[in-house]
Design a protein around this ligand. Structure first.
Ligand code: SD4
Length: 324
């Protein structure tokens, strides 16, 4: 029996991805293909400065991309970390699982793999992202930014997010066959320490899907989120019978419970989830994403025109649907 397709994407700019993904699903595309198309759309948009071409660089001025794709059918996953000078990283991630016996490739060797697969070498900096990098450099007072550690160490509270730090696109799709796929693609945190890989390409952290249960994807402070395998937890919560929203809320609370309060007062973490039956949901930490410049919004398409959702905002003991 044909299922009504659903496409869910993180953030307001995910509206375009949701529209493109859903339209593919409506034409009969698989969830996996719809995820790739929607991911590419965002990666190729130079105005989105946190994903793909036009993404903000690391402290050394290099754009390092993280991306992953996971197919519910066959439980396949492919992923790339720290990929430089290559456009469409989610497509490279798909090639990793389609063309190699492996799941994740990183750094220069991931780039060499992409070249061999026919992805041309590309400059990922736009004039705008380069200018913003030079503006940021001026604030660093001549430090050797390519070699120093930025901000507090792991044993201290995480650095509060700035608007530059967020906006990974996380994607969940349910196709007309009732199959699921998920994706995640990002340039990661702006001005990160060179070589840093975030949660987005880590299966179970940035994304996870179980074709019998549902899928999930995350955005926010990856160094926090990967400590709790949040996407895996969301899917396991749904398997135990929670709704997608309840599953996201519980996973965020788990992360907050595990980390000291001074840590979770500072970070933003947000999750989307899509269940096998088409029910969807999302949630974010109130402390990180309550700022008017950084509202937790996510796009859902169940028909040609997606709808923008906001919230649920979560503290350790309360759910707050919208800003107070
Ligand atoms: C990272 N999770 O690299 C990404 C960044 C992000 O919203 O999603 N920010 O940590």
């Amino acid at each position: 029996m044909a299922v009504n397709p659903v496409f869910v994407a993180t953030w307001r700019f995910g509206m375009d991805a949701a529209r493109a993904g859903w339209s593919r699903l409506a034409q009969g595309a698989t969830a996996l293909d719809a995820i790739e198309v929607a991911g590419n759309l965002t990666e190729e948009d130079p105005t989105v400065n946190s994903v793909g071409y036009g993404g903000l660089p690391n402290a050394a001025g290099q754009v390092e991309l993280d991306a992953a794709i996971m197919n519910g059918v066959g439980h396949w996953a492919g992923s790339v970390g720290g990929l430089q000078r290559t456009r469409k990283p989610i497509s490279v991630a798909r090639r990793v699982y389609e063309k190699t016996p492996h799941t994740m490739l990183v750094g220069e060797n991931a780039r060499q793999f992409a070249l061999r697969q026919g992805f041309p070498e590309a400059n990922l900096l736009t004039p705008e992202s380069e200018e913003r990098y030079h503006e940021w450099l001026k604030t660093q007072a001549g430090a050797d930014v390519a070699h120093f550690d930025l901000g507090p160490t792991n044993s201290q509270p995480p650095k509060a997010l700035t608007p530059d730090d967020h906006d990974t696109i996380g994607l969940c799709a349910l196709d007309a066959n009732g199959d699921l796929a998920v994706g995640c693609t990002t340039s990661g945190m702006a001005w990160k320490v060179p070589g840093r890989v975030g949660d987005s390409p880590i299966i179970g952290s940035g994304l996870y899907v179980d074709n019998e249960v549902g899928g999930a994807a995350g955005t926010g402070h990856g160094d926090e989120m990967m400590k709790a395998c949040v996407s895996f937890r969301v899917v396991m919560n749904m398997e135990r019978g929670m709704t997608p929203t309840e599953a996201c809320v519980e996973a965020l609370r788990y992360l907050m419970r595990k980390r000291p309060p001074e840590a979770h007062d500072h970070y933003g973490a947000a999750l989307i989830a899509l269940r096998k039956d088409g029910l969807y949901g999302g949630a974010a930490t109130y402390s990180g994403f309550r700022h008017p410049d950084r509202l937790w919004q996510w796009a859902v398409a169940t028909s040609a025109e997606p709808v923008l959702h906001e919230g649920v905002y979560v503290t350790l003991d309360r759910n707050l649907d919208t800003l107070e």
